[in-house]
Design a binder for this molecule. Structure first.
Ligand SMILES: CC(C)(COP(=O)(O)OP(=O)(O)OC[C@H]1O[C@@H](n2cnc3c(N)ncnc32)[C@H](O)[C@@H]1OP(=O)(O)O)[C@@H](O)C(=O)NCCC(=O)NCCS
Length: 213
């Protein structure tokens, strides 16, 4: 009983006040993006520091129950589209920058300080500074049930159920059910069902189907 009482200030601030602040942030984002296509579904937790930069006719859809924990920043340029599936968790300082489309599946997790971006500046025309050179863009799809760990940069697709190790840079598509690590990220393990192994998983990558550790 005493312990419950002692927990009351924590609950009032970290649960109840947090919930009210999340609703206020969601309303603020909705009220200031009437010009764009914005859908934030039920039970989305819009945490402190959430920032949306969508000056034009972009689309943002955030699925039910998704958590935008702390300082999540989403930039959408032109008619770019970002879709985040239900039940996903973007943790701390995740940055999504999109000019074409970025789709994140359901139940995905993105760790601290990670970037998902659909392109960047080209740079090989030495007559111009890199900033004046056009973007090279590529839509990005991250499948369902993907875990992207801390401090990753994602500039290509990640197949469903795959796991990207901390500090990785995904420059080439990662097939489903793969563990990939490094910069550039390379597949080091295939843990899916044998019959679903993509031919894009290199033959020397070990399979660990059925090994639960
Ligand atoms: C470095 C970069 C500009 C090179 O682009 P590119 O000329 O199109 O090069 P490619 O994609 O053809 O990659 C060439 C090789 O370098 C690797 N590579 C590319 N970027 C890499 C990176 N950041 N770290 C490690 N390896 C990288 C690729 O995997 C490829 O090797 P591989 O064929 O053995 O897989 C690009 O990959 C990059 O890092 N872009 C940054 C995107 C970004 O941060 N945008 C937001 C700011 S606007």
């Amino acid at each position: 009983m005493r312990r419950n009482y002692a927990r009351a200030p924590w609950k009032a601030t970290h649960v109840e006040l947090h919930r009210l602040a999340s609703i206020a942030r969601k309303r603020y984002v909705q009220a200031t993006h009437l010009h764009a296509n914005l859908r934030i579904e039920e039970d989305v937790d819009v945490g402190p520091g959430f920032r949306l930069w969508m000056p034009e006719d972009g689309t943002l859809v955030i699925g039910r129950g998704t958590e935008l924990r702390h300082h999540i920043y989403i930039e959408i340029y032109g008619d770019g589209e970002v879709r985040i599936g239900a039940g996903s968790h973007l943790t701390y300082y995740t940055h999504i920058a999109c000019s074409t489309s970025i789709t994140i599946g359901e139940r995905c997790g993105i760790g601290l300080s990670s970037l998902v971006v659909d392109g960047g500046h080209t740079f090989r025309d030495i007559a111009k500074t890199w900033m004046d050179q056009p973007y090279k863009l590529r839509p990005i799809t991250i499948g369902d049930d993907v875990a992207i760990h801390s401090q990753c940069t994602i500039i290509n697709d990640v197949g469903h159920h795959s796991v990207i190790g901390a500090n990785s840079v995904v420059t080439r598509p990662i097939p489903p059910y793969c563990l990939a690590v490094g910069a550039p990220a390379r597949v080091i393990e295939y843990f899916g069902p044998p019959e679903e192994r993509s031919p894009d998983v290199p033959p020397d990558v070990p399979a660990t189907w059925g090994v639960i550790v």
